[in-house]
Design a protein around this ligand. Structure first.
Ligand code: SF4
Length: 403
């Protein structure tokens, strides 16, 4: 009997209370009625997915947007449907992204949300439905920075919800943090790290991203000139300088390492055994189905996307867009880019088994040059970025494009 292929599922929930000032994700506020219609369409889309045979789902990820905003029964019913349609591994990782400002009925949801289930109830319902990992978007412990970012919660609110999540039985919690923020000092960043690590039952996983000023966001209007100054090595007015940001990254690593975490990917840190299986699946190029607005899928060598037009999606238009069949060269390139994001790097034996040629042959010159410059290292059959290589990872990875 053929063994089943490890597979993963992403479900996009595009709704947010309001748009954060830096955000260019596919997310927006919407009335409760629209949210319900959306979940009806999600259901139809999942029911219409036919290629379930021979796949074992090892992770499910509800991302957004803010999956903790809609009525929790909409999430739990969607998960039940996924369970009924797919074969879920008994130990599948099931993650829900949540915004600490959307868990309680009295939360900062514009002040006019109808009284819903309170956060403990919401969290208990998620846990009872089988969600076993929470990814909480905190970003900063500094309330004035949270306001600058346009976040809807305070640090104290986050602390309360974090405690309740533990009480509800979540023993795998990730926290998202951001650095390089306008007005952020090295001291304030260190205080954020200290406060997060001082939480009772501190988190198992932390994702820490440096701010990118994205076009089309309010931050772009305010700070893109500043970001240009910074990239030219000049002193920006609002954003931390390159050196300050470097110090923030240094402090991040030092504090998380002392707390027993390891860096397993450029922006991700975890206690042993708590690395995100879902995200690791992307870096290992596992196959996945994405359901919901704008979600991408990769089935075999075929990659495609859903519409990102809400009215089309609500009209049950689930046609495949931007369809693309990856060539062997595309797959080789991706194996290198994505594999090198992980600190353990690219498994050279697995590479050779898949492509019937050694990565050391395909990329002989690049690898030799990068090793000589101290950007790549080779150990125990794995090729990985050195610390210096990680600092300029985009540059290193661009060398792995094939002609
Ligand atoms: S909560 Fe997240 S997805 Fe929603 S607007 Fe803010 S950053 Fe974007």
């Amino acid at each position: 009997m053929e063994s089943s292929i490890p597979f993963q599922i992403y479900v996009h929930i595009p709704f947010c209370v309001r748009k954060c000032n830096y955000c260019d994700f596919l997310s927006f506020p919407a009335a409760e009625e629209v949210q319900r219609q959306y979940f009806d369409c999600l259901k139809q889309e999942i029911l219409g997915f036919e290629e379930t045979e021979g796949k074992e789902v090892v992770s499910v990820f509800f991302g957004g947007g803010t999956p903790s905003l809609p009525d929790p029964s909409l999430i739990t019913q969607t998960l039940d449907l996924i369970r009924s349609r797919f074969h879920l591994a008994p130990d599948a990782e099931i993650t829900l992204e949540c915004n600490p400002g959307t868990l309680s009925s009295e939360d900062a949801s514009g002040g006019n949300r109808e009284a819903g289930p309170d956060s403990c109830d919401k969290l208990i319902r998620y846990r009872a439905a089988g969600i076993n990992r929470l990814s909480m978007g905190l970003q900063s412990a500094d309330n004035s920075l949270l306001r600058t970012l346009g976040r809807i919660h305070s640090f104290e609110q986050f602390e309360r919800e974090y405690r309740k999540a533990r009480q509800a039985g979540f023993d795998n919690i990730s926290i998202d943090l951001m650095y390089g923020l306008p007005g952020q000092t090295i001291e304030s960043w260190n205080e954020t790290l200290d406060r997060v690590l001082a939480l009772e039952n501190s988190p198992e996983h932390i994702s820490a991203y440096s701010l990118i000023i994205e076009e089309g966001t309010p931050f772009y209007e305010r700070y893109h000139e500043d970001a240009q100054l910074k990239s030219l090595g000049e002193k920006p007015l609002f954003l931390p300088s390159e050196e300050e940001e470097g110090q923030m990254l240094h402090d991040l690593k030092e504090k998380l390492f002392s707390a027993g975490m390891h860096r397993y990917e450029i922006s991700n840190y975890a206690l042993d055994g708590f690395e995100s299986r879902h995200n690791s699946g992307y870096w290992l190029r596992r196959q996945y189905a994405g359901f919901g607005l704008g979600a991408s899928s990769q089935i075999g060598s075929l990659r495609y996307k859903n519409t990102d037009d809400l009215s089309r999606y609500l009209a049950a238009d689930f046609s495949k867009r931007e369809m693309f069949v990856l060539s062997r060269d595309n797959e080789i390139e991706e194996t290198m880019f994505l594999g090198l994001r992980m600190t353990r790097g690219v498994d050279l034996e697995a590479f050779e088994k898949k492509f019937r040629v050694s990565a050391l042959t395909v990329y002989a010159d690049v690898i030799a040059r990068m090793r000589e410059n101290g950007l790549l290292a080779l150990e125990d059959g794995r090729l990985f970025l050195t610390e210096r290589g990680t600092d300029i990872s985009n540059l290193v990875m661009s060398e792995f494009l094939l002609d």
